[in-house]
Design a protein around this ligand. Structure first.
Ligand SMILES: [Zn+2]
Length: 462
């Protein structure tokens, strides 16, 4: 790749604006180290780091080992780990019977091709089933099984329906945080392509079904957290966070390559957190505030790890002055055109934080810009949202919002631009040092109506 450019870029650091100590630690951010760590985190053996999974646990252990090597203080409840228990709810396979019949044809759907979650036994015979791709009235739905085949937003389906199923490529267990009720919104799915085709092609389709109450068990998952302690006696009890999610979406059922490696999403953010932590830990003189490095589980299933952190902060949120979240910082092949030496932030005008990054970009040769189309739209699409909702100024820094292998099995580590990622990480490290050294904490921009609810949440924190 382009490792030669690294030294040229490093030399463009404006002398005088950074101390020799700071300039020296930035040299520790290395494309080879990023490549080495990412090639492990996104390897096939970690099976796409689904929440929860053995691959996710292996990734957590690896991240903790890197924090340990850097000499960070453990910040979790169990060393570097903050442990949470998730619930996994699955269709009960025993006694399951589903038959779909239409036009004289009848299909038995095996338990593995449906996921129906219920508290009590469901049992019915020959109930009409209709495929729908637009909303139905209460009368149209009454007493029927509705198979939703539409795209996009999930519809409101009248409660008069006997059962609602979503046509889905695979039937999977539902994972949720038992501490929150909102994530208990389950979606029953039907994955049998044969049954879906039969229902869609018929006007007289009927379903018979028996399914016993769902099975539920719990699994432990972990956020990984370490602290670089601040140097100022007063400000060291305040915190700047650098975060990324280390989970991804796991594996698919079929295909030659079944593994969603998630190298860019968000292995790139994860190895960047590790790399920046390792660099800054070598400072002779630490920044005034403490820096809290956290990698989250469960982003891909709905910001579950960061929401968990928000309810169980390892350091007080009122003393957490900012969260800089890293996502997709490795690929430069944005679908809108190459993004080299450039980075953007979500919610660009929501707080003072992006200004600090613009200045850090000037010192490191990175253009930090507002993506007019995507910056606001993507604010809710990563873990920064969980922190922002609680009032902490929080943004996601990203190189490419959209790239060819997004959530595809081809998101693999050889496609990352490591020299560029190292350059971006140096910019982030400079911004982080600035956020951690400035006595005045960043503020939400109250004049921006999109940010006013976060500003209100920040006031409640104090
Ligand atoms: Zn992501």
């Amino acid at each position: 790749m382009r490792s030669v450019i690294v030294f040229a870029a490093a030399l463009t650091l404006a002398a005088g604006q950074l101390t020799p100590d700071e300039q020296a630690v930035l040299q520790r951010i290395s494309p080879d180290s990023l490549r080495g760590n990412l090639s492990f985190l996104s390897s096939d053996l970690l099976e796409g780091r689904a929440t929860p999974s053995r691959g996710l646990d292996l990734a957590a252990e690896f991240i903790a080992s890197r924090f340990r090597a850097a000499g960070l203080e453990p910040a979790g409840d169990d060393g570097y780990f903050q442990t949470a228990a998730l619930s996994i709810r699955e269709q009960n396979p025993s006694g399951f019977e589903m038959t779909v019949a239409a036009g004289g044809k009848s299909i038995q759907v095996p338990a593995a091709e449906a996921s129906i979650l219920t508290d009590k036994t469901i049992s019915f015979e020959n109930v009409p089933i209709v495929a729908a791709d637009r909303e139905l009235s209460a009368d149209q739905s009454a007493g029927k099984v509705i198979l939703w085949t539409g795209r996009g937003r999930r519809p409101k389906i009248p409660e008069t329906a006997a059962l609602v199923l979503f046509a889905a490529p695979a039937a999977r267990p539902t994972v949720f945080d038992p501490e929150t009720s909102s994530s208990r919104a389950f979606f029953n799915t039907l994955a049998s392509a044969e049954a879906i085709a039969l229902i869609k092609g018929a006007k007289d389709a009927r379903m018979s079904l028996r399914v016993e109450p769902s099975l539920e068990h719990s699994a432990k998952v972990r956020n990984v957290a370490g602290i670089l302690r601040g140097s100022d006696p007063a400000l060291r009890e305040t915190y700047v966070m650098l975060t990324a999610h280390y989970d991804h979406v796991g594996m698919r059922e079929t295909g030659e390559d079944r593994i969603y490696n998630g190298a860019n999403d968000d292995g790139s953010g994860t190895v960047s957190v590790i790399e920046i932590a390792n660099a800054l830990a070598a400072l002779n003189s630490h920044p005034k505030r403490s820096i809290l490095f956290v990698t989250f589980f469960g982003e891909e299933i709905g910001l579950v790890g960061s929401r968990y952190y928000g309810r169980h902060p390892l350091e007080p949120l009122a003393k957490t002055v900012a969260d800089l979240n890293l996502e997709q910082v490795g690929r430069t092949d944005d679908t809108e055109g190459p993004q080299v030496g450039a980075a953007t932030l979500t919610g660009f005008d929501f707080s003072d934080v992006p200004k600090v990054l613009i200045d850090a970009g000037k010192l490191t040769g990175v253009k930090v810009y507002k993506n007019e189309k995507a910056s606001d739209a993507y604010f809710a699409r990563s873990d920064n949202q969980a922190m922002a909702d609680l009032g902490v100024p929080a943004h996601t820094l990203c190189v490419a919002f959209e790239y060819p292998d997004y959530h595809g099995v081809g998101d693999e580590w050889p496609k990352i631009d490591y020299a560029n990622m190292a350059k971006i990480d140096r910019m982030v490290a400079v911004g982080l040092m600035e956020l951690a050294s400035d006595a005045a904490p960043p503020k939400w921009n109250e004049e921006n109506s999109a940010a006013s609810k976060y500003a209100a949440a920040a006031k409640k924190l104090k």
